[in-house]
Design a protein around this ligand. Sequence first.
Ligand SMILES: *Cc1c(COP(=O)(O)O)cnc(C)c1O
Length: 392
Amino acid sequence: MNAQEIIDIENKYTSGVYAKQTLTIVRGQGASLFDVDGNEYLDCSSGHGVANLGHAHPKIAEALYKQASTLITLFESFPNDQRAALMEKITALVPGLDRVFFCNSGTEAVEAAFKFARISTGRKNFIAAMRAFHGRTFGSLSATFNKKYREGFEPLLPGVSHVAYNNIEALEKAVNEETAAVILEVVQGEGGVYPASAEYVQVARRICDERGALLIVDEIQTGFGRTGRLFAIEHFGVTPDLLVCAKSLAGGVPMGAVLIGHKVQNLTPGVHGSTFGGNPLSCAAANAALEVIKEEGLPRQAEVKGAYLLDKLRRIESPNIREVRGLGLMVGIEMKQKVTPYIKALQEKKIIALNAGLTVIRLLPPLVITYEQIDHLVKVLSEVLTVEQKDE
Ligand SMILES: *Cc1c(COP(=O)(O)O)cnc(C)c1O
């Protein structure tokens, strides 16, 4: 099939819920993606933060092949060698979070965390932040802030309210004896790449402790090295009661997880479950991914390369740039205009970038991006961002 045939077929049969690109990607390697005609693109999206290890990592491919020819599926009621190994590894990552629930995506991890918070505390309400993104199924959607995701789907989960992010007073006012949990991203992703202040995260922890609410941290986008630490909470010295992760957990294979702390109670058989959750194939991929992250020192790579990239971006002199911010290789460039035309212009120069809201260009490259690729990225960005790009 050529590019146009692929595009035509997808446009004919798609549900319609995606704004389709006119770029057809068939292969990946490290931080590069290739279209059907063999043109190379620099991937600064990582599938929204999934491909931290880079595309087509040989250790993930090998683990998948081996496990696929051994055992793909097994309900979590039956113990399994790959799952047991992953449970040991993943619960050793954050001191104090020593149990785990496996599922298949980010939104499922958030849904599980919400159920666990209610059954554990006997309370109903949740507090999330303005600009937050936690997913698109009914529970997680209720905690997602942007109207664009929520409109047309009400009524959502009752008892979910939103407070200003990084605002201690607002949190002080909102959390009470009916609050089951506070849910936060410690660097907001979709919302525009806003890191939390250390004080805010630490105060959130204290308020939850004082008032008997649980603290859920959503590390679905920030996890597994992205921000320069294995988990972004390590920047803040705070341990949540529930940590939800997914995206790059299994090296690109669909998988989600909830890490669970001591305060979370009443998780008894039947309280929750998932057909595919903890399947040996995903577990084998995650085992391999965690080994690669360690062997290749990916959090450290993200820290150093992220600082290098941020420094270079801050030197671009352009009247169109409002602010450059980020943590590790999670980078936002806030523009004074809408960013869709900028992202289009970047794509024409073979760089795939994301937006975060209307005015922020978001860069989430694979953590294995090379310095040569970063230098190229900066060069193209300084060409594209210094010219005011407008919709045709
Ligand atoms: C992507 C994302 C989700 C949702 O994950 P899905 O796998 O798409 O359901 C939730 N929270 C954050 C912070 C995310 O970045």
